[in-house]
Design a protein around this ligand. Structure first.
Ligand SMILES: Nc1ncnc2c1ncn2[C@@H]1O[C@H](COP(=O)(O)OP(=O)(O)OP(=O)(O)O)[C@@H](O)[C@H]1O
Ligand SMILES: [Mg+2]
Length: 270
């Protein structure tokens, strides 16, 4: 099946399921120098659903995820072509403020990366640079709300001045989620957010993703098939830089249409 017909099908499935379009990607290519890492990928990200990106190592999941908030701009050799929109607006357009874009489309990385500052300051940093709080009580409220939404408040409310780096790995990752939430994003991109965490910390993040679903459009890259099945409603399977199959998570895992998808989810490669 051609990429075009796959994309057409993705569009139809989208329409059939009535998700609210938040982001769209059309015919996206990404190159590192002359090497092409993403080939002609088209996909929709909807408001109501958690979208999982799966596929073998090196297939381009992180590369594609980073096109959604222009993190690839920071890689000198990277070049992105095609169209990507947020609420219908071209995010690569000349009038797009990239700092603003990255607040609207936040990112959580594989390795928890809190700033070497207090827990409070980790969360307050973004709202401060974006001018979201004019006075201390306003900032306190944003910090508390963000930590509560990230499921961390009860564990840290009495130690807000402690360093963020003194927390456990799982707590640090929830702090990073609180930091992303603090600037009131619309989309949260997570690149293997649990891969450095133990099963209990992983379960907490998965639970959190359930709670955040709907309020934010969420895209998660994961190598863990069970995790993709547990947390997402839509799944995109990437292989060698192409989007092989996209659909409802339940269909992808129980009734994949493409042989390559089936081989991957049954563990034949990857
Ligand atoms: N900064 C870079 N410069 C050059 N090539 C890169 C860069 N980042 C990634 N690549 C290449 O692009 C391809 C896709 O890499 P990417 O990191 O997106 O894959 P991935 O699916 O996220 O893999 P993994 O599951 O291991 O994280 C790979 O061939 C990789 O070597
Ligand atoms: Mg990756």
């Amino acid at each position: 099946m051609t990429e075009t017909s796959l994309n057409d099908r993705a569009d139809k499935q989208q329409a059939a399921h009535g998700g609210t379009l938040k982001m769209t990607a059309r015919d996206v290519d990404v190159f590192y120098g002359t090497k092409q890492a993403i080939k002609n990928v088209s996909i929709d990200v909807t408001q109501e659903n958690v979208t999982a990106f799966i596929g073998p190592s090196g297939c381009g999941k992180s590369t594609f995820l980073r096109t959604l908030n222009r993190m690839n701009d920071t890689v000198a050799s990277a070049r992105v072509t095609g169209d990507i929109t947020l609420d219908g607006k071209d995010i690569y357009g000349a009038d797009m403020d990239v700092v603003q874009l990255r607040a609207r489309v936040g990112m959580v990385f594989q390795k928890p990366n809190p700033f070497p500052k207090s827990i409070y300051e980790n969360v307050a940093y973004g709202p401060r640079i974006h001018g979201l709080a004019s006075a201390k009580p306003d900032m306190d409220a944003i910090v508390e709300k963000s930590l509560r939404r990230a499921g961390l408040w009860e564990e840290v409310k009495d130690r807000l001045t402690d360093s963020g780096t003194a927390l456990s790995g799982g707590q640090q990752q929830r702090l990073c989620i609180a930091r992303a939430i603090a600037v009131d994003p619309e989309v949260i991109l997570m690149d293997e957010p649990c891969s450095a965490l133990d099963p209990i910390a992983t379960a907490k993040i998965e639970e959190l993703i359930h709670e955040l679903r709907g309020r934010y459009a969420i895209v998660i890259v994961t190598h863990n098939m069970q995790q993709a099945a547990r947390v997402s409603q839509k799944t995109a399977f990437f292989h060698l830089g192409t989007l092989v199959e996209y659909g409802d998570t339940s269909d992808i895992f129980t009734n994949p249409r493409q042989t390559r998808t089936k081989d991957y989810i049954t563990g034949r490669y990857g």
